[in-house]
Design a binder for this molecule. Structure first.
Ligand code: SF4
Length: 322
């Protein structure tokens, strides 16, 4: 097996809850609660779950855009969690992010050319003339005209703005791209175009992706492996095709059952999800999914299941597979 490019071990992000007259810490919101996974060079690892499950916090904590509470993140042999600010800034060149809302993530007062050039200036890459040339090349790489460099973000559609965000991420030749719900703010008709672009870029430049999404169907064809998160923890990790063909965790089955399928004969074995994600400040005892799970037993209510290998390359956290 190839060496992982990224190894995340026991990552936690807890936010203190303050209360009382003295504003003492009376508890924690465990947004990410002991998440471990690897991403191998050239692959796409999909991280999926409903909003509030901790997937975006995981993406931000692992590159220390927010400081993790605990855990270790090793990227290309370097322990990110142990780096000082200067080293961290250098390493950020190799890990770039694409955000959900392309409009909010682009400075409206900068031209598209300035936006794409900025990371190259920050990381001292090339002369001014070389950077301008690279901006033009990158615009074409993401399917936009190089003549757009002098325009401003508001002059573009949502899909075009996401392409600009992708060009900015590519500007410093990153080794890993964390794409945080990159298509969920776009019109359905545009989503597949942006997904296809990301897939083409991955093939052309050998990129590695951590692809965060709330919709399992969005990652099916793009991700090589998928991790399903529920209330701050991974509940199932498997190869993408295996996960879709034979999901094991009742939550994954329910997520798949909620994806509309255009085949009237298709019968999903999962129950459609009932209720909302519980409050992470007051998570259910035992298996956090038990209030929504049709198979929950007393044992599930008392004992939290660990993520265990149940088949080759297939890990599940559920007592049904103990
Ligand atoms: Fe359901 Fe129990 Fe499995 Fe949790 S451990 S998913 S409650 S069967």
């Amino acid at each position: 097996m190839a060496e992982p490019l990224l190894t995340v071990e026991g990552l936690k992000k807890y936010y203190p809850i303050e209360g009382g007259v003295w504003r003492k810490t009376i508890g924690y919101v465990k947004a990410v609660d002991g998440v471990s996974f690897e991403v191998f060079k050239g692959e796409t690892f999909g991280l999926v779950g409903e909003s509030g499950c901790g997937k975006s916090t995981t993406g931000r904590a692992l590159m220390r855009l927010i400081e993790p509470t605990e855990g270790r993140v090793v990227f290309a042999g370097q322990d990110i969690t142990a780096l000082d600010k200067r080293m961290l800034r250098k390493l950020r060149k190799d890990i770039q992010m694409i955000f959900q809302d392309p409009f909010a993530s682009l400075n409206p007062r900068q031209t598209v050319g300035q936006i794409i050039e900025e990371p190259m200036i920050v990381h001292k890459i090339g002369t001014k003339a070389e950077r301008k040339k690279r901006v033009r090349e990158l615009l074409e790489v993401v399917g936009l005209s190089s003549a757009y460099a002098d325009r401003y973000p508001h002059q573009f559609s949502g899909g075009q703005r996401q392409r600009i965000g992708i060009a900015r991420a590519l500007a410093v030749d990153p080794k890993l791209i964390i794409a945080d719900e990159p298509i969920s703010a776009l019109d359905v008709s545009i989503q597949s175009q942006v997904l296809n672009l990301l897939q083409d870029l991955q093939e052309a430049f050998g990129l590695t992706f951590l692809f965060i999404a709330h919709d399992l169907s969005a990652v099916h064809h793009f991700a090589d492996r998928v991790g399903v998160m529920y209330l701050g923890r991974l509940v199932e990790v498997a190869e993408s095709d295996r996960l879709y063909a034979s999901p094991k965790h009742p939550y994954t089955k329910a997520l798949l059952a909620s994806v509309p399928v255009p085949d009237p004969d298709y019968k999903s074995e999962g129950e459609v999800l009932q209720g909302d994600v519980p409050n992470p400040a007051d998570p259910p005892s035992g298996c956090a999914f038990h209030p929504r799970c049709p198979f929950a037993t007393d044992h599930c209510r008392r004992v939290r299941p660990e993520l265990k290998t149940v088949e080759e390359e297939h890990r599940v956290a559920c007592h049904l597979y103990a």
